[in-house]
Design a protein around this ligand. Structure first.
Ligand SMILES: [Zn+2]
Ligand SMILES: [Zn+2]
Ligand SMILES: [Zn+2]
Ligand SMILES: [Zn+2]
Length: 418
């Protein structure tokens, strides 16, 4: 049974070294020598009997769906496979054939380039794996596990895959990313803490295991990986719903890769609203009649009194983007950053303060922050933290190092009093 299960997770590794005229849909007659040696070591079957077993069971191996390996079977890979370059998980492109409609190539693609990666999973912790790119020399397309690359443009395949690339050499399981997203949206866990929690509780691997197995980099997860996972999965789900394929630049820095795609999505929400905007039903809408006989619709909305604005330039009616979420003004209005926060006062601020030398303005600033520290405000905040499952809609995740006060400071709330 172990023989069948180990070989069925290695199907793609068995196929790749086969000659070009061998079909990718049927099991080949011979096992590649490395795989035969590994299976022999892992199962204890001697190497002569391995080829006999393969001839007998190859059809069964091929028809078996990919099994979930047990911890003991993962251990067989760690002890015997890693050093030989064999891992239980190898991330291949979805097909061994060129998927480009305009390409005339009919034979399977063989120009492969394996790379060492780390896959973060929910059930088995951090696992070393190989990610294989396959190249089509006829149309210059490079096929990766999640996307294909042509002329510097990365086009994701039109579905949401089980393992999503979250860094140059890192992948994460979709279920795990969904868990990070829920933690961030419902329990206000920061991306940094999501990463730390995974390393402490779920990773199940030691840096030294990876080094012994010949892996050049460790298994420690970073804040950036969690953020990239969040953004990638959100965009993939969004494009999936719309039946389109996500396209992003393949070159340039990782931090800028998804900016244009996110901007396009935001523009769509601004122009067309959320999906819920078109909703009306007999329960939430009433049609009333004015004395002159004309009819009008009234819709009820229910809120909890909390109104979180998004990050925006504080200049009146300005819709330009901030260059950093911690800035108060966009680059265009940056000159206003040094002006007193009290509406109507144009005097320059004193260093480290938001108001000018006018003692009355300074007192208003003082009172504003006193209010934030008052017992009733703190009680209120504590109470909110204890809510098991907030009924409020998801908040914008706050930048990791920034705290609640950064958001308050950004808003010129107390300016309204003047
Ligand atoms: Zn091609
Ligand atoms: Zn309704
Ligand atoms: Zn502005
Ligand atoms: Zn002032």
């Amino acid at each position: 049974m172990t023989f069948l299960r180990l070989l069925s997770v290695l199907k793609d590794d068995i196929l790749l070294p086969q000659p070009i005229d061998i079909s990718v849909h049927k099991p080949p007659l011979l096992l590649p020598p490395t795989i035969a040696t590994f299976v022999s070591k892992a199962t204890g079957i001697d190497s002569e009997s391995i080829s006999a077993c393969w001839s007998l069971l190859k059809e069964e191996v091929w028809s078996l769906p990919r099994p979930e390996l047990s911890m003991a079977e993962e251990g067989l890979f760690r002890d015997n496979g890693w050093k030989m370059g064999l891992t239980s998980l190898t991330l291949y492109p979805p097909s061994h054939e060129c998927q480009n409609r305009h390409c005339t190539r009919a034979t399977p693609l063989k120009k492969e380039e394996p790379r060492q990666t780390v896959v973060y999973t929910l059930g088995h912790g951090a696992l070393p794996a190989w990610a294989v790119h396959i190249y089509c020399p006829d149309c210059n397309t490079n096929y990766h596990h999640n996307y294909s690359v042509q002329a510097g443009i990365r086009t994701y395949y039109g579905d949401t895959p089980n393992y999503i690339q979250i860094g140059e050499h890192q992948f994460a399981e979709r279920k795990l990313i969904a868990m990070w997203m829920s933690l961030m949206l419902l329990a206000w866990v920061s991306a940094t803490n999501c990463a730390k929690m995974y390393d402490m509780a779920l990773s199940e691997q030691q840096q030294c295991d990876f080094a012994d197995g010949g892996w050049q980099f460790g298994c420690v997860l970073t804040t950036d990986h969690v953020w990239d996972a969040f953004v990638t999965l959100t965009l993939l789900n969004y494009h999936n719903r719309k039946d389109t394929c996500l396209q992003v630049p393949h070159t340039g820095a990782q931090r800028d890769r998804f900016t244009a795609a996110m901007r396009a999505r935001n523009c769509e929400v601004i122009e067309e609203g959320q999906d819920e905007i078109g909703h009306c039903c007999d329960r939430c809408m009433r049609t009333l009649t004015r004395p002159d006989g004309t009819e009008y619709d009234v819709q009820i909305i229910v809120g909890d009194g909390l109104n979180m604005g998004h990050y925006r330039c504080q200049a009146t009616h300005c819709t330009r983007e901030l260059s950093n979420n911690r800035h108060k003004f966009c680059p265009e209005h940056q000159s206003q950053a040094g002006i007193c926060a009290i509406v109507g006062c144009e005097a320059p601020v004193i260093p480290e303060k938001l108001t000018c030398v006018d003692p009355q303005h300074a007192e208003m600033e003082h009172l504003h922050f006193e209010c934030g520290r008052a017992a009733f405000t703190l009680c209120d905040r504590l109470h909110k933290h204890r809510l098991a499952h907030p009924s409020a809609p998801a908040e914008n995740p706050v930048d990791d190092e920034g705290d609640d006060d950064d958001v308050r400071r950004n808003g010129r709330g107390f300016g309204m009093l003047a």
